[in-house]
Design a binder for this molecule. Structure first.
Ligand SMILES: CC(C)(COP(=O)(O)OP(=O)(O)OC[C@H]1O[C@@H](n2cnc3c(N)ncnc32)[C@H](O)[C@@H]1OP(=O)(O)O)[C@@H](O)C(=O)NCCC(=O)NCCS
Length: 357
């Protein structure tokens, strides 16, 4: 019987125990001492081979490092013994960081073995990290050093301190969708301005344009002021939608935001009533499907209720609602009289539209 790492044959040992079990079934009292001597004889014959195989395995796993020291991975028994020893001595005093790190590595290695993560284990047990070879001294590149020297601050989330103390990125609360593709008239205008500036001042270095998406989110307290300004510009003064923050903003609102600018808003009165109170898009951001996208998400967020709204009879937004399947169910004369200025070009009459579900 030759024991190797690749194929460990236990046939002889199993045969021995088979014989032992059979002989134990007879009631002969002499069996006990015979068993012991059989066992010793058997072990005596296989032990040298076992030890030889073990040394061979250890030899094959050993490596010599750059300063000539022969290193070999710890056996399972040695790992357990070290962990046990270290854990006992830990109880008395606070472990040093190095001590704690080694103990953790050993425990991790033991867990990997237990859970049988082959790939990771074999990498760790067979490859020892060699010392770095001596590199020829390199001339510093002044550009890189100048750039590094010019760094004065590091954002906390990028800092070494955040890696030590931990950092949880603030959740983009209420995020509904992100659109990297749409280019609104305002974005195109800004790109034109930059382009013209760089033509006019070819010598001055311009920082490259950083792409920013249009995000669709639910109403946050930080949006309130801009939402009120937008609604005052598009509808009338004095609109206050702050109540929505107390009810269910995640179901009753979709706000389109570009960076920190609110570029559109659609709001429901409440999830129960499902009445669209306001839909507006900021000037310079219209005709870019922002209203369509906001409306689509608001409808999707409220799947089981009819959605209703009023729209001025001459408002082209009728086309938009029509595309989503809203149908006129009532024509109300003078609906907007108490809200709109008498000089307003918007019709005072309104349709009540309903999207049936
Ligand atoms: C109505 C409004 C919200 C549309 O916003 P928007 O982001 O430009 O709309 P979209 O780009 O998603 O356009 C969707 C469709 O609506 C229709 N539409 C919207 N505004 C239009 C307008 N001024 N003229 C003609 N059609 C218009 C079009 O059918 C358009 O489809 P198209 O782009 O294929 O032609 C925006 O013009 C606005 O804020 N208007 C003032 C406030 C208002 O009237 N709100 C509705 C009251 S209930």
């Amino acid at each position: 019987m030759r024991i190797t790492r690749a194929s460990t044959s236990l046939d002889g040992l199993l045969d021995f125990f088979q014989i032992g079990t059979e002989s134990r079934t007879s009631d002969d009292p002499a069996n006990g001492s015979e068993e012991a001597s059989d066992f010793e004889r058997f072990m005596g014959s296989v032990l040298p081979q076992c030890l030889e195989a073990r040394y061979q395995v250890q030899d094959s796993d050993s490596r010599t490092d750059n300063i000539g020291t022969v290193l070999r991975p710890l056996s399972r028994y040695e790992v357990s013994a070290v962990i046990k020893y270290a854990s006992v001595s830990d109880a008395a005093a606070l472990p040093s960081p190095v001590h704690a790190a080694i103990l953790r590595k050993l425990q991790l290695r033991r867990e990997r073995r237990r859970t049988d993560i082959q790939g990771l284990d074999s990498v760790h047990s067979n490859s020892l990290t060699s010392l770095p070879s001596q590199l020829p001294p390199q001339l510093p590149q002044s550009g890189i050093f100048n750039f590094l020297n010019s760094i004065r601050t590091t954002r906390y989330e990028m800092s070494f301190l955040s890696r030590l103390c931990g950092y949880r990125p603030s959740k983009d609360s209420g995020l509904v969708a992100v659109d990297w593709e749409t280019r609104s008239p305002w974005m195109e205008l800004m790109a034109d301005v930059r382009e013209h500036y760089s033509y006019a001042h070819p010598a001055s270095a311009q920082s490259p344009e950083v792409p920013v998406p249009i995000r669709y989110v639910s109403l946050q307290p930080s949006h309130l002021q801009q939402v009120h300004e937008l609604l005052a510009r598009v509808f009338w003064d004095g609109i206050d939608v702050s109540d929505l923050l107390q009810s269910s903003p995640e179901r009753c609102s979709v706000i389109a935001v570009y960076g920190k600018i609110v570029v559109g808003a659609v709001l429901l009165s409440s999830p129960q009533e499902a009445y669209i109170t306001y839909l507006a898009v900021r000037a310079g951001w219209d005709n870019s499907q922002i209203a369509t996208t906001m409306l689509y998400h608001l409808i999707t967020l409220n799947p089981h209720r009819d959605i209703t709204l009023h729209v001025a009879a001459n408002n082209p937004a009728m086309l938009l609602y029509n595309r989503f399947g809203f149908k006129a169910e009532e024509f109300i004369v003078g609906f907007y009289e108490e809200y709109l200025d008498s000089q307003s070009r918007a019709s005072m009459n309104a349709f009540r539209l309903r999207l049936r579900r």
